[in-house]
Design a protein around this ligand. Structure first.
Ligand code: PLP
Length: 343
């Protein structure tokens, strides 16, 4: 009953097979191998537009290098106060941007609202050079609260961005879970809705370690992205192994099949929690994470009886249960049975 993190899940067999297949002979280094060179075409087909793809090893690097390519050191990155870039990336966005400021905003269910964003951007320059200059907006899909932005919500944010010449970056560490939950195309929820840069996550969803920066349009950003990836130490010499994982995930839409599995387990968990006496659901379950509220002593009792999960920082009565592609129905059932016995 391990619901601590999708990062704790194993890699999918198809990804491991792709690594073995890629492990034949020599291949040009530094992302000039056949696997890396196929990424643009494969992602462009799946996203229904020409896009440029930079494979990269971690989500933190994908976010930080993307933001640094579009945000000057005197700029502001506007994001939700719960954003991973704000709370869990150890200052990497600030480091890669040479010191840009993260400007955090509140918002219901872990989402930025278009109105709050517009007000923050429009009110930001009152003191001229004494203020940082709003330079990019970052949203997380699915959010840190386990919710997913709808197409309309992304479009409304993108309108605010476009009318103020601000790029829109999407942290998609759990992008697959959001797309699977929304039932839309990846195109619908990204470039068609106004997203310029996507950190496409695969590691949590069954890869060993593989993420990608996906750029929609904006050829003028590419040099900065490529140079910052190298300068930041993320141009892996044996990139073929990262790219082969990404190709395996996109093959036959494995990424969406696996994400749908994780989401289904989360939905079953939520269903059972709804019916329990002592616990309740805190945020709507719209991807693969369930936030369950309950008395601290009861949450501890669950842990003492074999359930593993994290508490939401600063909240002793709020637990985070994360399902992955490898979470089984049996694990979910065992957890729900434990809930019935909790005291
Ligand atoms: C929403 C979100 N963004 C980005 C990341 C960063 O990924 P990594 O740990 O690969 O740097 C994570 C990882 O937990 C995440 O949850």
């Amino acid at each position: 009953m391990n619901f601590k993190s999708d990062n704790e899940s194993p890699a999918h067999a198809a990804v491991l097979q792709a690594l073995l297949d890629a492990n034949e002979g020599r291949a040009t280094a530094y992302a000039e191998d056949d696997w890396s060179e196929r990424l643009n075409q494969v992602f462009s087909e799946r996203f229904e537009t020409d896009c440029q793809v930079l494979p990269i090893a971690t989500g933190t690097a994908a976010n930080s290098i993307s933001l640094a390519a579009v945000c000057p050191p005197w700029g502001g990155v506007l994001c939700h106060q719960a954003a991973h870039i704000q709370n869990d990336e150890g200052g990497a966005p600030e480091f890669y941007t040479d010191g840009a400021k993260l400007v955090t905003l509140p918002g219901q269910d872990g989402k930025l609202s278009a109105d709050a964003l517009a007000a923050a951007v429009d009110g930001a320059g009152a003191h001229g050079v004494h203020n940082v200059k709003p330079s990019v907006v970052s949203i997380t899909q699915a959010t840190e609260c386990g919710t997913s932005y709808s197409i309309k919500e992304v479009q409304a944010i993108a309108e605010v961005c476009q009318s103020r010449q601000l790029p829109l970056q999407m942290d998609g560490a759990r992008f697959a879970n959001a797309v699977a939950w929304l039932g839309c195309t990846p195109a619908d929820i990204t470039w068609k809705s106004g997203v310029d840069l996507l950190s496409f996550g695969a590691t949590k969803n069954g890869a060993v370690t593989a993420e990608a920066v996906v750029v929609f349009g904006h050829p003028d950003w590419l040099e900065a992205l490529h140079r910052r990836r190298k300068r930041g130490g993320h141009l892996l010499s044996k990139m073929r192994y990262v790219s082969a994982q990404l190709l395996a995930m996109l093959d036959n839409d494995l990424w969406l099949v696996l994400a749908a599995e994780a989401n289904a387990r989360a939905a079953s968990l939520a269903e059972g929690i709804h019916q329990s006496k002592h616990f309740s659901i805190h945020w709507p379950v719209q991807a693969n994470e369930v936030f369950m509220q309950g008395e601290p002593a009861k949450l501890q009792w669950l842990k003492d009886h074999g359930a593993s999960f994290h508490l939401w920082p600063g909240h002793s009565d709020l637990s985070r249960l994360v399902c992955s592609w490898s979470t089984t129905d049996e694990e979910v059932d065992a957890f729900l049975q434990l809930l019935q016995r909790a005291r």
